[in-house]
Design a protein around this ligand. Structure first.
Ligand SMILES: [Zn+2]
Length: 564
């Protein structure tokens, strides 16, 4: 097998972070993996890089300024305050605001951006970043242990050079953050192979195929518990083969989430180390520029085994590794067998029931058959604008971004509707995207009308796969005045609630008592600054006395721009 130039990113500090002592995500696994790779003598055969940490500006190529700014400021002490009691940015305990969070994100993202640059510059054939692969992070919200989406940032970097990027995700969980980011473009094809059904994040059915220009370019392979190497390969081979054939990618990004291995603490598949690494071997053989990223993986010793073995696969030396593990500082972790292997177990392969696998394969092949081969890209357009702008991420392109937000919101809405039949409100998720937005109060484009206080958004926990209601804000309310949706307001962290029964603002403990009538006051200014400052208003300046009853809103509406 011919040689490949492998670049390997590793920052010695990355293993020192702790999400929380009992948290399943252990950054320490990166250190254990690295030590094993080192003990096998692989570092000498790769270009080992300590990548530059990603700057906040680099992160805003995908994430909103507001969210990145939040991540750079939040501490365990300010966490509740800055998230409005876990109603935005970090909504569940899945994503704690741990000490050094931003540094951790900047290492993970820096490694993936660097990997992309190395391929693009031609200095490596394969670039590895085991600290990356955090595929659940959203544009303005953390999810499933992921805060900054290093994968999206890496792919954006690749799109400067390459016409078509194939993203393949073999984590046990759906690669929702990456799919969502590129849902409306044909320049990135995403293919996620994951467990689906009462399982985080709940998305990734075969009905989710992309939208607009991206229609057909999101491929989902939803599986059941206990998939074996054999079953996995029986779908991976034909589907990926067909993708390569039809899409003709110029570069491949492989997310090697290790929670699809047998015996994972959160995963439910039954892949052996060999079955998992097969995907790496497959793409090495294809011989396109390749980025290999980490991802999930919660049985730490198996994560270290698999990623060590897969590093060897990238180098093409896997057959030379001694199956007896070499001594490392963490040797004890690998007991009782001390072998470089992750074995399958005797769990039932639920995918074999009722020819489920055949049906999924057939549906995926049909989707791919319907595609136009190798969509051409107006590459000459790309240099004139940033890639983000090209795809509609551009900060300066309000319209492009609104359109993208809208389509992403529509997709999320579709998925949530499928998933949560009782979530009847057809615009709830669109609005949750919208109100989280740093530009949502800019008052530009379509804003929906709402007669009632909006129900909270729903979020699933990756830890227990339960769905939680996230209130729109803590102890507050917001609503739109009929006919003038622009005037909707929020009251963060006030104890006031809008009582639908009495049609009045209520304070707990003050039953059915209307609040003092608001004094019309600097209205237009406070409407514009719908941000952290709102909280101060609410908490200190007696906002309830300032603007609280519905009649005041009506006054607002009538007198907008006319006060003083
Ligand atoms: Zn996962």
């Amino acid at each position: 097998m011919s040689k490949r130039r492998v670049a390997y990113s590793y920052d010695n500090d990355v293993g020192a972070f702790t999400y929380a002592t009992t948290h399943p995500m252990k950054p320490h696994r990166m250190r254990i993996t690295h030590d094993l790779i080192s003990a096998y003598g692989m570092l000498e055969q790769m270009h080992v890089i300590r990548p530059k940490r990603a700057s906040p500006e680099a992160m805003t190529a995908f994430h909103t300024d507001e969210y990145v700014n939040f991540l750079s400021r939040v501490t365990p002490e300010t966490h509740m305050e800055l998230t409005y009691h876990q109603t935005r940015f970090l909504t569940l305990d899945d994503n704690p605001a741990f000490e050094g969070l931003f540094e951790f994100c900047s290492m993970s993202a820096g490694g993936s951006i660097d990997a992309a640059k190395r391929l693009a510059s031609g200095s490596a054939d394969i670039a590895i970043n085991w600290a990356g692969g955090l595929h659940h992070a959203k544009k303005r919200e953390a999810s499933g242990f992921c805060y900054i989406n290093d994968i999206v940032l890496g792919i954006l970097e690749l799109l400067r050079t390459y016409a078509r990027v194939l993203y393949v995700d073999i984590d046990c969980h759906h690669g929702d953050g990456v799919e969502e980011a590129f849902y409306t473009t044909d320049r990135v094809m995403t293919c996620s192979i994951h467990k689906h059904g009462d399982f985080f994040p709940g998305t990734g059915t075969q009905n989710d195929i992309g939208k607009g220009k991206g229609k057909g370019y999101s491929v989902n392979i939803p599986l059941q518990d206990g998939i074996t190497d054999e079953s996995f390969r029986s779908i991976f081979d034909p589907v990926i083969g067909k993708i390569l054939d039809v899409y003709q990618p110029s570069v491949v990004v492989l997310q090697c989430g290790a929670d699809s291995l047998a015996g994972d603490k959160l995963g439910c598949f039954n892949l052996t180390m060999q079955g998992h690494a097969y995907c790496v071997q497959y793409f090495r053989k294809v011989n396109l520029p390749l980025i290999m990223l980490g991802g999930g993986g919660y049985t730490v010793k198996n994560v270290a085994r698999a990623w060590t073995y897969e590093t060897a696969c990238a180098l093409g030396i896997e057959d030379t590794l001694d199956s007896n593990l070499p001594w490392t500082e963490f040797f004890d972790w690998f007991g009782p067998r001390y072998q470089l292997e992750v074995c399958g177990n005797n769990m039932v392969d639920a995918n074999l029931k009722d020819n489920a696998l055949d049906r999924i394969r057939t549906a995926a092949m049909k989707q791919l058959n319907d595609l136009q081969p190798a969509p051409s890209v107006g590459m000459h357009d790309v240099p004139r604008e940033s890639v983000g702008q090209h795809l509609g991420f551009g900060k300066d392109e309000e319209e492009g971004r609104d359109a993208l937000d809208e389509s992403v919101a529509q997709h999320a809405r579709l998925v949530y509707n499928l998933q949560e039949a009782e979530l009847a409100s057809d615009d709830s998720d669109a609005d949750s995207h919208r109100w989280d937005s740093d530009d949502s109060m800019g008052g530009s484009t379509s804003r929906r009308r709402r007669r009632h206080p909006r129900p909270g958004k729903k979020r699933m926990s990756i830890i227990n796969n339960q769905v939680y209601d996230i209130p729109s804000y803590e102890n507050g309310f917001e609503y739109a005045v009929s006919g003038r949706p622009e005037t909707r307001r929020r009251f963060f962290q006030s104890v006031a609630r809008w009582d639908t029964r009495y049609q009045k603002v209520m304070i707990p403990g003050h039953a059915a008592q209307a609040l003092p009538r608001a004094v019309p006051h600097s209205r237009s200014r406070s409407e514009e600054s719908e941000d952290d400052g709102e909280e101060d208003d609410a908490g200190q300046n007696g906002v309830l006395g300032k603007r609280a009853t519905q009649s005041d809103y009506e006054d607002d509406e009538a007198g907008s721009g006319m006060d003083e």
